[in-house]
Design a binder for this molecule. Structure first.
Ligand code: ZN
Length: 245
């Protein structure tokens, strides 16, 4: 413990063992603690008060070994390059270098689908991700329309985002008006059934804004037992979030 310590602010970031450590005040916390935020690939050091943030920072430095181990367990970030094959909604898609506008070529008798994009490194990755976002929009908007209709809900507005912590979110419509559903484009990297489950889950929120028994009854009526899909997202979420970063 150091006697003279500069004041820390909520949200301050430190570097420990090559990792970003973000300091957070949580008034409901009873003690200082560390946890791994898998999707952001960083450590959160929590303190019960602003005054004790310095203690949380010291704790992070003391536990540098633990932090290094947690980060080493995370899946590698996957940069994208020509020649790679991705699984998009469970179907292979080959990445190809080519000139002209970036584009998606559907699978045909000669081979799997392809994404053609120019450049290399970050430019290539960005162009591929844009194609994946478009694909995510097409597939998820279609599944959303199907499930909203099955539930008798007004078709919601669908948008695609890159949220770090959620696969989808739903805002129900007011007085019978259309609601809105947002999906992470990274669902395109999940098997189709998993992404389809997320669409059913968000559509069920158009009717029930909670996770109570009535909500789950709607989900199961649409896609059956949801537990294996939730387990898949839990087990593979960090890899999907590391993708292309
Ligand atoms: Zn939910």
């Amino acid at each position: 413990m150091s006697l003279f310590r500069r004041g820390f602010a909520d949200g301050d970031r430190l570097e420990v063992a090559g990792a970003v450590v973000t300091l957070k005040v949580n008034r409901r916390a009873r003690r200082v603690s560390l946890r791994l935020d898998r999707t952001r690939r960083q450590i959160i050091a929590t303190a019960p008060s602003l005054r004790r943030l310095g203690e949380a920072a010291d704790f992070a430095h003391d536990r540098a070994g633990w932090i290094a181990e947690r980060l080493a367990e995370l899946p590698e970030a996957a940069p994208l390059s020509p020649g790679m094959t991705l699984e998009v909604f469970g179907e292979p898609v080959v990445l190809d270098a080519g000139s002209g506008r970036a584009r998606w070529i559907e699978a045909d008798a000669w081979g799997p689908a392809r994404i053609i994009a120019m450049g290399e490194g970050e430019g290539f990755t960005r162009a591929v991700i844009l194609q994946l976002r478009k694909r995510a929009m097409a597939v998820l908007a279609e599944r959303t329309a199907v499930y909203a209709a099955m539930l008798g809900a007004t078709p919601p507005k669908v948008t695609i985002t890159d949220t770090k912590s959620r696969w989808g979110s739903c805002r129900a419509g007011i007085r019978g008006g259309p609601g809105s559903i947002r999906y992470s484009w990274r669902l395109a990297l999940a098997p189709f059934e998993v992404a389809d489950y997320v669409a059913a889950h968000e559509c069920a929120h158009l009717l029930e804004q909670n996770h109570g028994p009535r909500f789950w009854a709607h989900v199961r009526a649409l896609v059956g037992d949801e537990r294996r899909h939730r387990a898949w997202l839990r087990d593979h979420g960090a890899r999907l979030h590391a993708f292309g970063r």
